[in-house]
Design a protein around this ligand. Structure first.
Ligand SMILES: Nc1ncnc2c1ncn2[C@@H]1O[C@H](COP(=O)(O)OP(=O)(O)OP(=O)(O)O)[C@@H](O)[C@H]1O
Ligand SMILES: [Mg+2]
Length: 199
């Protein structure tokens, strides 16, 4: 299959493409559609699931599996290959553990305002880049679930546009993440709370 990736998406290596469960997919558009259907099922599952602690490695993996498990064999498993972004793959569990501990600490000690805790959580999760693909969509949903269940507040608007594909919102989102890579979260804070449709 030929996959043309959107800007700053993670390309899959050969072994990962072999993990495609639906063999008749031939285009990126078809793949997107199957993934989106799978994500919609995950949203249904979220409503009915047994409410457990979400700040765990187990939940992070379960959510990824629910979102992509019908499409990819490696869904719900941390990556075993290097990517253009992300930590060394052998260090993923360690980084995830320290992120989860940090987030708990920030919540308990009120280290940052709630929105900033959620933004820092989101950025660090995509920065670690735990999965072969789907990291952006997974980390955005994970952040929304975190805001609802732990912070007890409304999730972000994420600019109310489809940032999975090449849009102006996506360019703004990626630029804001790159700035956050340098420790400056201000642009990402603005982005997640903005709504271009109101302009
Ligand atoms: N410089 C960066 N720093 C941190 N995170 C980044 C950076 N560049 C890209 N990302 C994140 O990586 C994601 C792309 O990774 P991946 O392809 O695994 O996820 P995805 O869900 O398939 O992506 P998407 O749906 O956003 O196309 C982006 O959506 C963004 O969240
Ligand atoms: Mg991708």
């Amino acid at each position: 299959m030929m996959i043309d990736y959107p800007q700053d998406a993670t390309p899959l290596d050969h072994d990962e493409i072999v993990g495609l469960k639906i063999l008749h997919i031939t285009t990126r558009e078809e793949l997107n559609r199957f993934e989106q259907d799978n994500i919609n099922e995950a949203m249904q599952w979220l409503v009915t699931r047994h409410k457990s602690d979400i700040l765990t490695e187990k939940f992070i993996k379960t959510l990824h599996n629910k979102m992509f498990g019908k499409v990819w064999r490696w869904a719900g498993s941390f990556r075993r290959s290097g990517k253009n972004i992300g930590v060394d793959w052998m260090q993923i569990p360690v980084h995830i553990h320290s992120l989860l501990a940090d987030v708990r600490y920030w919540v308990d000690r009120h280290t940052y305002p709630h929105n900033e805790i959620a933004v820092r959580f989101h950025h660090k999760l995509v920065w670690i880049h735990p999965f072969p693909n789907g990291n952006g969509r997974h980390a955005r949903l994970m952040t929304d679930i975190f805001m609802k269940t732990v912070l007890k507040q409304k999730p972000f608007s994420w600019d109310n546009e489809n940032i999975d594909i090449n849009t102006r919102a996506r360019s703004k989102y990626i630029a804001a993440l790159k700035k956050a890579d340098t420790g400056d979260y201000s642009t990402l804070m603005d982005f997640v709370q903005s709504n271009s449709k109101t302009f």
